[in-house]
Design a protein around this ligand. Structure first.
Ligand code: GLY
Length: 431
């Protein structure tokens, strides 16, 4: 099978790595990929090829898919999905794992997602959509602290502010309004958060294993929201039956509602959940795999990935055999550039990746990296690397991931030191 992956982050590197290990994959292409993806080869030894094609250009991606004779295109990030890349590829008659631009609005507009959730009776926080400063102030007063203020549109994980400080909440909302966008204000959801990825083929839903992400920049959940600073799986503390409950009360009703509207959802429905004292609630939907949760979920998936994604793309999930999972736990730690998330510094040299990968099970996934003309690896984004490891226990996976992190040198970088720390302590250890 010839596969084209669209995107350039650590999530796409994790997808490409998993696909490269699948014997059914004969060629692997990426648009634009990254220096880490460029080092992969298929199980038969064919090197992966990265193409200088803009992931946000639907026509160019569809043309590349046709040129390489792709059997399947896998779209990683949300922005190409919202831009209609999956539509263009599907229009060219090529199977694609990823929703149409219309269906991707489940992530592209939080107000739209809330409207679909209401129609599908999916449990979520109460919300007000605000277009004026008066509406914003009234919504914040109605819900009270902690204030949850979100940009309606895509913001790479940085559009959300959760704060007890009314001035900061107002300032964030006003900034969004001044940029010409709409603000979504929500009731705060207490309880630990869980990410559950549900593969969808427009009708059927196949859940993966849950993971937990660490969204704040610094230890002990301090600092600003980020795209995610680390993740782990499995969640031994999660209630039994959680996955079945989420499929039954969240994912399947949403997929049914999207089908009823004539905009079937094909790809990953990322259910961002809060396990509140009054039950499971949806914090957010995303229309793609999460980053960095994908790094740990795929590290645990034993079923070869290509056939699973193709079955979703071709509407055949119903006949798919049960997915198989390794007993291992997995942990990933993100190494971020100096001054991430505010204004990450770029262009610093990165060394120690090979040394990190000498630690048992450690693999280093690239996100914000680039090669300079001399072939020197430099930082080129906010989240630079995801250092991922497995182990018989979460504690062992964690120890290995951090041993890998310790061997990597990136001047000015920072990472959290508490990824999976509480969960690794044993029962009841939700982060
Ligand atoms: N880890 C959060 C996200 O992928 O949106």
């Amino acid at each position: 099978m010839i596969i084209l992956i669209v995107g350039s982050g650590a999530r796409e590197h994790a997808l490409a790595r998993a696909l490269s290990l699948d014997p059914a994959v004969t060629q692997l292409h990426a648009a634009p990929g990254n220096p880490g993806i460029a080092t992969l080869a298929t199980a038969a030894g064919t090197p992966a090829v990265v193409h200088g094609v803009d992931a946000l250009d639907p026509v160019a991606v569809a043309a590349l898919a046709a040129a390489v004779k792709a059997d399947l295109v896998v779209v990683g990030p949300e922005a190409p999905l919202v831009a209609g890349v999956a539509d263009a590829v599907r229009g060219a008659g090529i199977p694609v794992f990823g929703p149409s631009g219309t269906a991707a609005m489940l992530e592209g507009s939080k107000a739209f997602a809330k409207e679909v959730m209401a129609a599908a009776h999916v449990p979520t926080a109460e919300t007000r959509v605000c277009s004026t400063a008066d509406e914003l102030a009234a919504a914040l007063a109605a819900f009270g602290a902690p204030y949850v203020v979100k940009d309606d549109g895509l913001a790479a994980g940085k559009g959300v502010v959760v704060t007890d400080d009314l001035t900061a909440a107002l300032a964030h909302g006003q900034g969004i309004l001044e940029a010409g966008a709409v603000v979504v204000v929500e009731d705060f959801l207490d309880g630990p958060e869980v990410s559950l990825f549900c593969l969808c083929d427009g009708e059927s839903v196949v859940p993966l294993q849950p993971a937990q992400d660490f969204k704040r920049a610094y230890d002990a959940d301090a600092g600003p929201n980020t795209g995610g600073m680390g993740a782990y799986s499995p969640l031994d503390w999660a209630p039994e039956g959680l996955v079945d409950e989420v499929v039954r009360t969240v994912a399947q009703p949403t997929v049914d509602e999207m089908a009823r509207r004539g905009t079937p959802f094909v790809g990953v429905l990322y259910c961002g959940l809060a396990l509140t004292s009054t039950g499971v609630r949806v914090v957010e939907f995303n229309a793609r795999f999460g980053d960095p949760e994908t790094q740990v979920v795929l590290a645990r998936l034993a079923t070869p990935l290509a056939g699973v994604l193709l079955a979703a793309a071709e509407g055949r999930l119903d006949g798919l055999p049960l997915l198989e999972w390794r007993d291992d736990a997995a942990v990933t730690v993100v190494i971020a550039a100096e001054n991430y998330p505010a204004d990450p510094r770029r262009g610093d040299p990165i060394t120690g990746i090979a040394e990190a990968e000498q630690v048992d099970t450690v693999h280093v996934l690239h996100a914000g990296t680039a090669l300079d003309p001399r072939g020197i690896l430099l930082s080129n984004g906010g989240r630079v690397l995801s250092v991922t490891a497995s182990g018989a226990t979460l504690a062992q996976a964690r120890e290995r991931a951090y041993a890998g992190v310790d061997r990597i040198v990136l001047p000015g970088s920072h990472h959290r030191t508490d990824i999976a720390a509480r969960a690794a302590e044993g029962p009841g250890g939700a982060a």
